[in-house]
Design a protein around this ligand. Structure first.
Ligand code: MG
Length: 399
């Protein structure tokens, strides 16, 4: 029999060692957390390719999970997660169950708190709905940290720029006739937006090609991207991509199923047009697979979907190491700050939908979205958003 080792020091032990309790580098503590489940109504139902293939119904509203966090010394932060179609109430329920874990904690220890919240619900997984619920807390903690430093989040992270190129998507849905698309594209460009994304993925690809041609003719040299929302197979995507090379597209987004890493890599190698995907992925590990397989030219993580800013920063570091370009999905209030801190000129996606939920709006000019000079993310929840809440939950006490 092998002799037993004489000392426990031979073993690596849990990260939760006594060392964490030795010092008290900061003294402020979280005292209050409020969650709100807010349903943002859309002006008209919208459809992308997932609706045309019968997989989803038109989108009529978006569920937002807001987390507001306050500390004993009077600092506060707000963050959000979201769900399109089903899932919002599930995120709210999970967040409500784990919110108590934050009370009494040091709000500066964001990495440790992310781990703590994950382990509290580890039985339901470390990606997807459970970590999306955590994203609302994580983003609120980053907002709080930047507000306390009296800096915009981009500056706290270490910015490369004070504004980011932005493109508009909300005018290019498949549910809109092409004349309406052209009208909305003009409105977006006249308002200072720098590029346009058009949805594709109709049952007849020729209809898509004609719409791309119409928009390309309408906007001249303005950057134009297309988004197939995962509804093509490899053959269709390759054939379509070859024909579409003539339109000088900035990227082709989600040509294939979000988890077809090899298929995207094939397209990225075969086509001169850049390939973009990543919005549906829900963890650092899933994004690592995209990066490892050389699947993308533009990587498109979504901070709420991957579990917050803490995991998003890990994806940014991996992407930067591979010299990828970054164009995060949706959530411009958050992604503006994160893209401003990325080393290679990125894009941020502009949607006007969320404007009614906040008291502040983002400035867009000369094709770029401007990092606000307000501390933190620079947003507060509007009274309208609070009226749209269908559920709230509070824990702890306000200082
Ligand atoms: Mg997309």
């Amino acid at each position: 029999m092998t002799e037993l080792p004489r000392s426990a020091r031979l073993f690596s032990t849990s990260p939760l060692q006594a060392g964490l309790q030795v010092g008290e580098a900061t003294t402020d503590r979280i005292t209050w957390v409020k969650l709100s489940l807010v349903f943002l109504p859309l002006a008209a139902p919208i459809s992308d390719a997932k609706v045309l293939t019968g997989r989803q119904k038109p989108l009529t509203e978006i569920a937002f999970l807001f987390a507001e966090i306050e500390t004993a010394q009077g600092h506060g932060g707000i963050g959000y997660s979201y769900s399109k179609r089903a899932g919002g109430p599930g995120q709210f329920a999970h967040a409500r169950e784990i919110a108590d874990e934050l009370i009494g904690e040091d709000p500066s220890d964001i990495a440790r708190l992310w781990d703590k919240l994950v382990w509290a619900g580890a039985s339901v997984g470390r990606s997807g709905l459970s970590t999306q619920a955590i994203a609302a807390f994580d983003i609120a903690l980053w907002d709080l940290k930047a507000k306390r430093a009296n800096l915009p989040l981009a500056k706290l992270l270490g910015a490369h720029r004070d504004s980011v190129r932005c493109y508009n998507t909300s005018g290019g849905y498949l549910s809109m006739p092409i004349e309406e698309v052209k009208e909305r594209v003009s409105m977006a460009l006249n308002s200072g937006i720098g590029a346009i994304k058009l949805k594709v993925g109709q049952p007849d690809p020729m209809v898509d090609l004609k719409r791309i041609e119409a928009v390309r003719d309408h906007i001249g040299d303005t950057p134009l991207a297309i988004d197939a929302n995962q509804q093509w197979d490899r053959t269709t995507a390759l054939r379509f991509g070859r024909i579409a090379e003539q339109f000088d597209l900035t990227w082709i987004e989600e040509p294939l199923d979000a988890y077809d890493y090899e298929g995207h890599a094939m397209l990225a190698a075969e086509l001169a047009t850049p390939i973009a995907t990543g919005e549906m992925l829900t963890s650092v590990d899933e994004h690592y697979e995209l990066i490892r397989h050389n699947s993308v030219d533009f990587i498109q993580p979504d901070a709420p979907r991957v579990g917050g800013i803490t995991p998003f920063l890990k994806i940014m570091a991996l992407a930067d190491h591979k010299k990828l370009r970054l164009a995060p999905h949706y959530c411009m209030e958050i992604h503006l700050h994160l893209t401003a801190a990325y080393g290679r000129e990125p894009w941020v996606e502009h949607f006007e939908w969320s404007e009614a939920m906040f008291n502040e709006t983002l400035e867009v000019r000369d094709g770029r979205m401007v990092v606000p000079n307000r501390p933190g993310l620079g947003f507060s929840l509007s009274e309208q958003a609070r009226r749209w809440a269908r559920g709230t939950h509070e824990t702890g006490k306000r200082a």
